[in-house]
Design a protein around this ligand. Structure first.
Ligand code: ATP
Ligand code: MG
Length: 137
């Protein structure tokens, strides 16, 4: 069974949307097998998003991710990576399909409510960044 790393971002935790977003994951058949609310430092956000270090929005993205607590979680299910990205919707909420998390909740292309791993290799690295094996149940 596949696992993916999900983050409910500061714009969503600030608006108390964790439960509504989790309901969409669970309704899609994704199981939340680990979850915690944490406050990232800008440096920790920067390390997590290191692949985007050369992008023009990198500094803004790191500031945003450290601006309020996030909920990090591991989702498990058949094809969890693709299924989660389907539930999330397109990066830019203007392009996100109706009913997706970003269509309903995202405020902008940057403050877009959720993160989801994009491949098995990145999922493994991202899960290990936040969780030990003992925490995945
Ligand atoms: P995520 O990696 O967060 O799941 P994604 O895979 O849909 O989102 P990426 O291209 O990996 O999108 O970008 C990572 C994050 O950087 C986006 O979710 C968004 O918060 C931010 N971002 C992406 N493009 C822009 C942009 N043009 N302006 C501002 N922020 C952006
Ligand atoms: Mg991405």
């Amino acid at each position: 069974v596949e696992r993916t790393l999900s983050i409910i971002k500061p714009d969503a935790t600030k608006r108390n949307l964790t439960g509504k977003i989790n309901a969409k994951f669970e309704d899609a058949g994704l199981r939340i097998i680990a979850q915690k609310r944490i406050q990232l430092t800008k440096a920790q956000a920067g390390q997590f998003y290191a692949v985007h270090a050369e992008r023009p929005f990198y500094d803004e993205l790191c500031e945003f991710m450290a601006s309020a607590p996030v909920v990090v979680q591991v989702l498990e299910g058949e094809g969890a990576i693709a299924k989660n990205r389907e539930v999330m919707g397109a990066t830019n909420p203007a392009d996100a399909a109706p009913g997706t998390v970003r269509a309903e909740f995202a405020e902008s292309v940057g403050e877009n409510s959720v993160h989801g791993s994009d491949a098995p290799e990145t999922a493994a690295v991202e899960i290990a960044y936040f969780f030990s094996g003992l925490e995945l149940v």
